[in-house]
Ligand binder design. Structure first.
Ligand code: NAD
Ligand code: WQD
Length: 339
């Protein structure tokens, strides 16, 4: 299938491009490089052995999108493009709503004008808010998000649902990711946050590589086995493979489906520190700090629906996630700045 991957130079998008290509799909990447490096493209061609067409373009730019659709005629879109930093979204709500919602509205409009109504959308476990039940099934009601970023995902899910209802020719898959970490086994692509990382694993790998002094653990008084926050960490390559499996839900008449992409296993912050230390032999100094506003105690998926309906389940365990995150970080201490 010919697939346009928006945000395809980013962390999850780049790994998905590799998996799509290895399954024989034809891929076109669109990215405005607001949170990605052009160097990803060279590395993708090294890994895949293919030159993947790339458009430096913004999803808010209808004219550019229209040109790309007319030229490339994709049959489906996997839509990763968006801003994703929770704290930044609290400071810059307008920018988040405008980019994520404005951009997706423009994309959906250009898609339908060009008779392409197959979309896989990157959503997030954040739409569950403080979950009503764990493990979280897809039937669990959406909750109150604690930041504008989360609301963009929640609102976009509603927009996609309403559009599909109004026009059943849309085939829509909403994937709710849990906590993606790790990197491609080659160590050539991985997560490359700008500035000080917000997320746990890139923070740990930057401590390990000597860029940061110590980890700050946000709270040890949660109602969890060791008091630190529990999350469902998923290897980014497994997540990428989930998108390849989800393509089958874009067959005509498929309607709209929603899947959690997680492992179903919860690890605490201190579990991650211990597993990282065991996998790499590097000690991670840490201090316990106050809770981070907006954080919840525990969040992990029921991964049953994706297994039953897509035949997908995560293959990598926490050991591989730590090893692969470290392989990427140690080979690229400053991310893509190296070459
Ligand atoms: P990322 O920032 O690495 O990738 C997003 C890409 O989109 C970047 O390359 C960026 O340059 C591009 N982009 C942003 N705005 C754009 C625009 N207007 N036009 C064109 N390109 C634009 O993030 P990621 O971690 O790969 O996340 C991919 C998607 O998955 C995002 O939608 C994110 O919200 C969602 N998601 C991520 C996580 C996570 O923890 N990483 C969890 C749940 C959901
Ligand atoms: C994990 C755990 C922290 C950093 C976020 C978004 C979510 C989704 C994934 C996009 C928590 C603790 C973290 C640190 C710490 N993104 N922690 N010290 O918050 O589960 O999810 O990323 O959709 O929307 O909210 O991930 O990696 O930030 O935190 O103690 O320096 O690690 O408190 O318990 P989170 P995270």
């Amino acid at each position: 299938m010919k697939i346009l991957v928006t945000g395809g130079a980013g962390f999850i998008g780049s790994h998905t491009v590799v998996e799509l290509t290895s399954e024989g799909h034809e891929v076109v990447i669109l990215d405005n490089l607001s949170n990605a490096s052009r160097k990803v493209l060279k590395r993708l061609s090294e890994i895949t052995g293919k030159q993947i067409p790339f458009y430096e373009a913004d999803i808010r730019d209808r004219a550019a999108l229209t040109d790309i659709f007319r030229k490339e005629r994709p049959e489906a879109v996997i839509h990763f493009a968006g801003l994703k930093a929770v704290g930044e979204s609290v400071r810059l709500p307008w920018e988040y709503y405008e980019n994520n919602i404005g951009g997706t509205l423009a994309l959906l409009d250009v898609m339908r004008s060009n008779d392409c109504r197959n979309i896989i959308f990157s959503s997030s476990a954040t739409v569950y808010g403080d979950p009503a039940e764990i493990p979280i099934t897809e039937a669990c009601p959406k909750g109150t998000c604690t930041n504008p970023y989360g609301w963009t995902k929640s609102m976009l899910e509603q927009i996609l649902t309403d559009m599909q209802k109004a026009d059943p020719a849309w085939n829509t898959v909403i994937l709710r990711y849990f906590n993606p970490i790790g990197a491609h086994k080659s160590g050539r692509i991985g997560e490359n946050p700008g500035g000080i990382p917000n997320n746990l694993m890139p923070y740990i790998t930057q401590v390990a590589v000597g860029r940061l002094e110590k980890l700050h653990v946000f709270g040890d008084d949660y109602d969890t086995p060791d008091g630190t926050g529990v999350r469902d960490y998923i290897h980014v390559v497994d997540l990428a493979k989930g998108h390849v499996k989800a393509l089958k839900k874009l067959a005509p008449g498929s309607g709209l489906s929603i899947y959690n992409l997680g492992t179903g296993i919860g690890y605490s912050v201190l579990d991650i520190v211990r597993n990282f230390e065991e996998a790499t032999g590097i000690s991670i100094p840490y201090v316990i700090d106050a809770r981070r506003p907006g954080d919840i105690a525990a969040c992990y998926a029921s991964a049953k629906k994706a297994k039953d309906e897509l035949g997908w389940e995560a293959e990598n365990g926490i050991r591989e996630m730590c090893e692969d995150a470290w392989r990427w970080q140690s080979a690229n201490p400053n991310g893509y700045e190296e070459d």
